[in-house]
Design a protein around this ligand. Structure first.
Ligand SMILES: Cc1ncc(COP(=O)(O)O)c(C=O)c1O
Length: 484
């Protein structure tokens, strides 16, 4: 056998392995530049493995990933939709991939033009004219907008307005961003219809209010029908309205938040605009704001004048929120998606996202409890029935059983306002056959749960690791390949 030995790098970090000094030929070469005390006496004790075996090792590891490119991924609120391959092909073009963020504006006119047009497209889609492409994620977009809000309040001589109202169904990043930006959070109740409780809102408005953060469609998958009135009330009270646009894929091309009276919002390009989520990144969370807030946006902004495209700092900018000009390669993919679909195509995205979610809801509502069982937007929340709960079946059991049946579970135990929530978002890119497969699996699990099937508590049994103590796994993770 003709093995080409390749050192397996991660083995070097095995516990118990130590680097020792090496006296061999390499020592002389290395000695040219390194202090003697830093040189090895012996080659590193790295295991050797054939290139082909190494390739197999990494290929097999990569196949253990559950990914949108391999299976259905109905993770509610996360919008795990297809990342078009054409975006990847465009992003890998050397003309884009070899750009450097420190190049002079004159050398990167094409890239600046693309960013300028993307800003204009996002402004058009949201009805909010001023856009920054800087923030690296939805959560950073929230923080950026709230920092702009603070700057605006200070300019209005209203620094004591420190309270931001947030519905209790909101994503955890909303209160977290609020606190980071130096505001206090006051929670708003969700009414029995799954929408923001208007009486609660009215009772909490006052001169201490800086603004409201609202997600629309909300995290229950419902459109906040009173949004225009909500905005009016907050404005009358002297505050501004921030919209968490994580669920914009349900309304893109159909409605413009600027028309509801929204002042600021973020977009998760890795949701609505099809860019990859990555492993916790690379994200992109541009924010769009009203004209009067433009001057507070982060620096630099791409602007156009008679000599072309250039970077400029808004007059009262809050400064930088990240390095360079934003996550450019993600912006490029989002731009490609928008241009390929056009306004009509984007509208169809929203229509099909809503259609797919309602198809699932209607097929499953006879088997599961669907607490808000009207027309939903792009996602809906279900939960176990009373009978299932009496059989000791919890949402966690359902999620684990889905894994056993080959599906990534939907989002579970969120939103917090629905106990034992199972929130599924099929996205617009899945076909009927895929949805039918998932429906079948969910119906099968519902039958098992009604029977109180013991197997539900043991699932998944066909995965390398079955149930783990999840709290301990977070606090005391075993990250070492050889830990066993
Ligand atoms: C409703 C909502 N808001 C905010 C966020 C935060 O977005 P990001 O993960 O891009 O920071 C998410 C993420 O899933 C979300 O679902």
């Amino acid at each position: 056998m003709n093995h080409t030995p390749v050192p397996l790098l991660f083995e070097a970090s095995r516990p118990g392995r130590r680097c020792t000094r090496y006296q061999g030929a390499n020592r002389t070469k290395a000695a040219a530049g390194l202090p003697a005390g830093e040189l090895r006496d012996a080659p590193p004790a790295l295991p050797e493995i054939a290139e082909q075996d190494l390739l197999r090792h990494f290929t097999i590891l990569s196949q253990k990933n559950y990914a949108i490119s391999t299976q259905f991924y109905p993770l509610g609120s996360c919008t795990m939709k297809y990342n078009p391959q054409v975006n990847e092909a465009i992003a890998s073009q050397p003309a884009w991939a070899h750009l450097h963020p420190l190049q002079e504006s004159g050398e990167v006119q094409g890239a600046l033009k693309l960013m300028h047009q993307l800003q204009a497209d996002l402004a058009e889609a949201t009805g909010l004219p001023a856009v920054t492409l800087h923030p690296a994620a939805g959560a950073q977009g929230e923080l950026t907008a709230l920092m702009c809000l603070r700057a605006w309040l200070n300019d209005q001589d209203q620094p004591d307005r420190r309270t931001v109202l947030i519905p209790d169904s909101a994503h955890g990043t909303n209160p977290a961003s609020c606190t980071l930006a130096g505001f206090k959070v006051q929670s708003l109740k969700t009414g029995p219809d799954g929408l923001t409780d208007m009486d609660d809102l009215k009772s909490k408005l006052g001169p201490h209010i800086a603004g409201l953060m609202i997600t629309n469609p909300n995290t229950i998958g419902l459109f906040e029908e009173n949004i225009a009135e909500i905005c009016e009330l907050v404005h009358e009270a002297g505050g501004r309205v921030y919209m968490d646009g994580a669920n914009f894929n349900a309304i893109v091309g159909v409605a413009k938040p600027g028309d509801f009276g929204i002042d600021m919002m973020h977009l998760n390009l890795h949701k609505t605009f099809s860019t990859p989520h990555g492993g916790g990144g690379p994200g992109s969370g541009p924010i769009c704001v009203t004209e009067d807030l433009r001057k507070y946006l982060p620096a630099p902004q791409v602007i156009e004048n008679e000599s072309g495209y250039l970077l400029a700092t808004p007059s009262l900018s809050i400064g930088r929120v990240r390095g360079y000009h934003g996550n450019f390669m993600v912006l490029l993919r989002a731009y490609s998606y928008i241009k390929r679909l056009g306004a009509e195509g984007l509208r169809r995205v929203a229509e099909n996202a809503v259609l797919n979610a309602n198809y699932l809801r209607v097929k499953l509502n006879q088997h599961w409890r669907v607490p808000f069982d009207g027309i939903c937007m792009h996602e809906f929340v279900a939960r176990p029935t009373k009978e299932m709960k009496e059989n000791g079946v919890h949402t966690l059991d359902i999620a684990k059983r889905l894994i056993e049946l080959g599906y990534h579970p939907p989002t579970v135990y969120f939103p917090l306002v629905v106990a034992e929530a199972i929130m599924a978002e099929p996205t617009e890119t899945e076909c009927k056959e895929t949805l039918d497969g998932y429906i079948e699996a969910m119906i099968q699990i519902a039958e098992e749960a009604r029977r109180g099937d013991e197997a539900l508590h043991k699932a998944p049994q066909n995965t390398p690791v079955s149930r783990v103590d999840e709290a301990r796994a977070v606090k005391d993770p075993k990250l070492c390949f050889t830990c066993g």
